[in-house]
Design a protein around this ligand. Structure first.
Ligand code: SF4
Ligand code: SF4
Length: 362
């Protein structure tokens, strides 16, 4: 351990403000998409009698199951499915960022992650005032609860990769249900039921009490990215020689990782938020390093890298014509009129039914 005499103060600037600006930017993008999509639905509701507003392809970021299926379809056929190409491109961008910079999607770009973090910050302030410490889920509950998101992920992986035949996959991606799944999702929130509102209110309260409740215990997307992040070639490392055991890193970690007790952070819960690195008072003690070659990765590279990967992959998608789908507005109008009678997939027996239908239709 370092002694007080030879401490070299960490003079590198924190990147938490940059992270917050990026989070706010993505929240604004999502709001913009939401407004555009609302305008698109007003056109559908008017049965095509009012001004037409283009459907924003970015809405497909909110169709992770369909995007996962598109990815599987891409592996099987080598083609990007034409119904939700933007969803596929965004999904690939998110997986790529997670593979390189860990689960950074959750702490840098996900709007739900941003809301969750803000609620956690609020909760932490209240808790510190009332109890002088952060409330943490008891360990005996934390581990089983953390496995819930993996069970949900397992259900989706099983339903798609293990249960769907290649024919069923194509049948689903071409289906009316998939085409207007974004419209259906919009109306789920626009006409939200009392029960769903109660569930959301409970999740908000739980997120104030237990930091990142949704992300830590329930989000299957986070589970998938957490798994990918374990493969990341970049990891946060602690230099135990210069560490002064001040415990600031562990206190700052929103994922309750005991950064001060380990030499290298290998955790599916680490979201590469860099809070621990930013609070470390000693120079070159807690940094992001490449696993191979132990090269230090500067904070500037992290910011530029995360933004750059999204920018490059999304640009490739747009330039190559894999962004706007080719569904005509007349087809949207027709499907919208019949949206209540369109097939629904909500559990594995529906998947089996779908497989049978797809096999028959072939
Ligand atoms: S270990 Fe560091 S980078 Fe990872 S979640 Fe905790 S504070 Fe963020
Ligand atoms: S913040 Fe963590 S790594 Fe840095 S000196 Fe303190 S205990 Fe060590």
């Amino acid at each position: 351990m370092n002694t007080k005499k030879n401490i070299v103060k960490n003079s590198e600037k924190s990147i938490q403000k940059h992270r917050m600006y990026i989070q706010l930017f993505f929240v604004l993008v999502v709001l913009w998409i939401g407004i555009d999509f609302y305008l698109f639905t007003t056109y559908l509701e008017s049965a095509g009698t009012t001004q037409f507003f283009e459907r924003p392809p970015g809405v497909e970021a909110f169709l992770p199951i369909s995007s996962m299926m598109s990815l599987y379809y891409f592996f099987l056929s080598g083609n990007i499915h034409h119904v939700h190409p933007a969803g596929f491109i965004i999904f690939v961008a998110i997986l790529s960022v997670s593979f390189i910079f860990g689960k950074s999607f959750c702490s840098w770009t996900c709007p739900i992650g941003f809301i969750s973090e803000s609620l956690g910050d609020l909760g932490e302030k209240i808790q510190k005032k009332l109890f002088k410490k952060r409330i943490q889920m008891p360990r005996i509950l934390d581990y089983p609860l953390r496995s819930l998101k993996y069970l949900l992920l397992g259900f989706f992986v099983n339903s798609i990769f293990l249960s769907m035949t290649a024919i069923a996959l194509k049948y689903f991606l071409d289906s009316p249900y998939n085409i207007i799944s974004d419209v259906k999702m919009y109306y789920f929130f626009a006409n939200i039921s009392k029960f769903s509102l109660i569930v959301i209110a409970v999740l908000i309260i739980l997120s104030v009490v237990f930091r990142n409740f949704w992300c830590r215990y329930l989000c299957p997307y986070g589970a998938l990215l957490g798994f990918f992040s374990l493969l990341s070639p970049l990891k946060i490392k602690r230099n135990k020689e210069s560490c002064i055991d001040c415990n600031l890193c562990a206190k700052a970690c929103p994922s309750f990782i005991k950064v001060d007790k380990i030499n290298i952070v290998i955790s599916d819960e680490c979201s590469t938020c860099m809070s621990c690195v930013d609070v470390c008072p000693v120079e070159n003690t807690l940094e992001l390093y490449t696993v191979v070659g132990e090269k230090r990765v500067s904070k500037k590279i992290i910011v530029a890298g995360i933004i750059g990967i999204y920018f490059v992959i999304l640009s490739i998608g747009m330039i190559s014509g894999n962004w706007q789908n080719d569904v005509k507005k007349e087809e949207y109008l027709h499907l919208f009129k019949n949206k209540n009678s369109i097939d629904h997939i909500k559990n594995s027996s529906d998947v089996q039914k779908f497989n049978r239908k797809a096999a028959k239709s072939n």
